[in-house]
Design a protein around this ligand. Sequence first.
Ligand code: HMG
Ligand code: MG
Length: 306
Amino acid sequence: MSHPTFPSHVTLVDVGPRDGLQNEAQPVEAADKIELVHRLQAAGLREIEVTSYVSPKWVPQMADNAQIMAGIQRQPGVRYSVLTPNMKGFEGALASRADEVVIFAAASEAFSQRNINCSIAESIERFRPVAEAAKAHGMKVRAAVSCALGCPYQGEVSLDAVEDVVQRLLDIGSDHIGIADTIGVGTAGRVTAVMERALKHVPLAELSGHFHDTYGQALTNIYSSLALGIHTFDTSIAGLGGCPYAKGATGNVATEDVVYLLHGLGINTGIDLDALVDAGAFVSSVLGRKPVSRVSNALLAKRTQA
Ligand code: HMG
Ligand code: MG
């Protein structure tokens, strides 16, 4: 049996502090969010999505964005990104000296309306000046295509719809495209088809997967992306999160689970799994629950037995 050739190194972007914590109803102290970022970089993460500059009325948990960005001790070689839905958000990102901004457009009209209160076409026009301003300031622009594998409101999303949004995001100057399974419904074959469409337009090095794990498919979806040579994934420490506008969706696949998979495949990540498990245990204890990571819980149980 022939095996696919996997990449030798994979970059993980921990989006837990943003995509994870944005969905927490309980208040989380700024000091704990800052500590989480410090623990992630100490564990070897080189890309961290720290917070978002969105309306505090829509997402109250991210209202402390400037405080978090000012409070983190930056480590050379680590890229700190923030989510920006419009120019107001970009101004916050610029003032906080973010390295990268994340913009996001949905492949589904219904989701675009619920998430950011405008159509897909309008959202692209809102992001155009954000992308231009980011580039003018030497910041990288990462763009997410939400609902690329399915939508909580309209159900199926066509490959053409995904390809169209990918093209539009590239047209406005995005440097990187993330294919996002916002509600975690995608399965491996469909992920391969979506990624192959995206690869018609996006270079391998600038395409990533952002898989929520609602249906438990994220690891297989990553595996099928790896088989295409894709080597960047968004993951969330301790499996934190969900999406405030996608009811029932769980967090992104846990960083711990993905690191375990990758190391098992002999793929280098630069991440120390033990330190990562500590980071996940830390944020989980802040939130008063166990990590949503099989690997983390297994390793924590093993430690108590030792
Ligand atoms: P809107 O109400 O249509 O906007 O919201 P508006 O321009 O009419 O402004 C309304 C109020 O919001 C005004 O304040 C603005 O100043 C303020 P008021 O005059 O009422 O006091 N405002 C802002 N405040 C702070 N920062 C800003 C900002 N912009 C306007 N940037 C808006 C439009 C986009 C702002 C709103 O819909 C919003 O913030 N939505 C939140 C979207 C969000 O954070 N969603 C979750 C993240 S996306 C995600 O998780 C998906 C992803 O992970 C990939 C995947 O999994 O699919 C990336
Ligand atoms: Mg997400």
